[in-house]
Design a protein around this ligand. Structure first.
Ligand SMILES: [Zn+2]
Length: 242
């Protein structure tokens, strides 16, 4: 392969590699995964609050249950006293009976508040289950997106490896001096190291060159330098002789 053709093919591979790398960085699934992770963190924040709500409701239910048990015990004790017949003083009996009524009223009142707290606990638990389901679904989606990203990214990475193999083989066919000039131009000229002279213009910087410059280039070697952008400039691609 002649120098000019080799240089152009090399440049083509290099541009392909850059493009593929950019696509790899811009795979939509990558962005989607990041967005989803943000959402999961939000869900987890809500879950902490819901859990605290449920814990508080559970604590209140348990407190009410303890209080109810203690009231039951007192009621039983007072009832036992009345039933035992040990107390005969009517005044004392009346006091006991009054106390028993008061205890029963407290128990009824407590039962009402417990119903409210139980409802709170039920709602909170349902809410928590809903959040857990949303988080699980988000994790499932995240896993699918990651698989998709790897499928797409894997193909791109393979493409890049193939192009790199081709570019290395092409680079070996070019002189060290030419490669050095090419790499230098690429580094300093936005990744494009070589232009082609086409209808009097450099394809890389798109500058229309003065006709005497074009004439000088056309009567010179196959690979020259663009007088404007200083990139390598392929003046003509000669037919291969081999
Ligand atoms: Zn140029």
């Amino acid at each position: 392969m002649n120098k000019a053709r080799g240089l152009l093919s090399l440049s083509e591979q290099d541009l392909g590699i850059v493009r593929a790398q950019k696509r790899l960085d811009e795979i939509p699934e990558k962005h989607a995964v990041l967005e989803l992770r943000k959402k999961i963190r939000e869900f987890e924040g809500v879950r902490v609050k819901a859990q605290a709500y449920v814990d508080e409701a559970r604590r209140m239910v348990s407190k009410d249950e303890d209080e109810a048990a203690s009231l039951d015990e007192k009621i039983e004790t007072e009832q036992a006293k009345i039933i035992s017949g040990a107390i005969t003083n009517p005044k004392e009996l009346q006091n006991l009976s009054r106390e028993l009524d008061a205890l029963r009223r407290r128990k009824d009142k407590l039962e009402n508040t417990t119903i409210g707290v139980m409802e709170k606990l039920e709602n909170g638990t349902a809410q928590l289950a809903k959040i857990d389901k949303a988080i699980a679904m988000a994790h499932e989606k995240e896993a699918a997106l990651i698989r998709e990203f790897q499928a797409k990214g894997g193909a791109l990475q393979h493409e890049i490896a193939v192009m790199k193999g081709k570019r290395d083989a092409l680079a070996k066919g070019l002189s060290g001096d030419l490669m050095e000039r090419y790499e230098h131009a690429r580094e300093t000229k936005h990744g494009i190291g070589v232009g082609v002279l086409r209808s009097g213009s450099c394809s890389a910087c798109r500058m229309e060159l003065p006709s005497e410059r074009v004439q000088a280039l056309e009567s010179g070697p196959d690979v020259a330098v663009c007088p404007n952008c200083k990139r390598l400039l392929v003046v003509r691609v000669a037919e291969d002789h081999e």
